[in-house]
Design a protein around this ligand. Sequence first.
Ligand code: NAD
Ligand code: UD1
Length: 342
Amino acid sequence: MKILVTGGAGYIGSHTCLELLNENYEVVVLDNLSNSFEDSLTRVKNITGKSLDFYHADLLDKEQIVKIFSENKIDAVIHFAGLKAVGESVSIPLKYFHNNITGTLNLLEVMNDFNVKNIVFSSSATVYGDPASLPIKEDFPLSATNPYGRTKLMIEEILEDLFRSDQNWNIALLRYFNPVGAHESGLIGEDPFDIPNNLVPFISKVAIGSLPELSVFGNDYNTSDGTGIRDYIHVVDLALGHIKTLPKLFTNPGVVIYNLGTGIGYSVLEMINGFKEQSGKDIPYKIVDRRPGDIAACWADPKKAKKDLNWEANKTLADMCKDTWNWQKKNPNGYRESNREN
Ligand code: NAD
Ligand code: UD1
């Protein structure tokens, strides 16, 4: 079975390519490297001792997608490629709509032309907006509060319309909660191009000393310690969720939707303490105002994925912190050391 992984050089994509190779899938990656380094894939090959094909290509260039489908008999696509910074999506929405929506439409048109109608799409818990109750189930109401979230919601709707028009499509919408951590080898991990927006990469940069202190966005939420609560999921567990989704896709299920989360929520202060314990480093922090648009708490009900896919997250908070730190320590400048100037 040959799987096309769009955005496969990125954070979640590279971890998923690794697990696909471990399961003996053939892997073809399409990535424009706008937020990643090809070195992630070199390392995936080194870890697994297996090869994959990489196309430095952009989803906005349809001819490049056609070339890949002409040269490879693809069985299914895992579609990670997209821009993902919420704040940036608010300042430059058109870029986000163009990249994420047009890129996906180009991909779907080519898939349709080549009669490849199996796709796994990276959606996000952001499509639940501010949930009325917890834990979040897949049938909760959906909404978007920023252009990034709207691209996820729109793509989900586009895919559902596509299925309504042609029931030969099989579509898995995977709604990720908060991916963190890194492969236990410490060879691949998350490598934000700029100052991280997300909590765990930020903590990790503070621990290594490249950022002075963490700002904790509010301690007056209605939560156990007043700070925001999220469902952090180890990226390897998340990658394995994709591996478990593929066989389901090949049973012709139509549209299926799964939360990929642990079902456990941790506060910002619990994350800081977890990281302190695993790294042995101090994490200086100060409490600042709430970040606009943030919700108090969010965690998944992951039972549907357990029942249908026989998948559940196994890694602990300690694993998430330990593996993030291992990656950070071994690669203080991420992938830049091996293929770019600092
Ligand atoms: P990432 O930025 O590391 O990976 C995305 C990859 O897509 C990058 O390698 C980038 O170069 C590539 N890309 C972007 N636009 C492209 C285009 N037009 N053509 C070709 N390649 C393109 O991000 P990630 O964290 O690995 O996220 C993967 C997917 O999961 C994204 O769709 C993201 O929105 C979604 N997601 C991520 C999170 C998270 O917190 N990381 C949470 C929920 C959902
Ligand atoms: C962010 C995105 C969301 C995306 C999710 C998963 C925003 C507004 N939302 O959500 O769309 O689906 O990532 O990638 O960016 N925090 C701090 N200090 C920091 C950073 C974060 O206190 O420097 C707090 C936040 O207030 C929150 C928690 O840490 O309570 C997690 O934040 P973050 O990692 O940015 O993820 P989300 O806000 O859940």
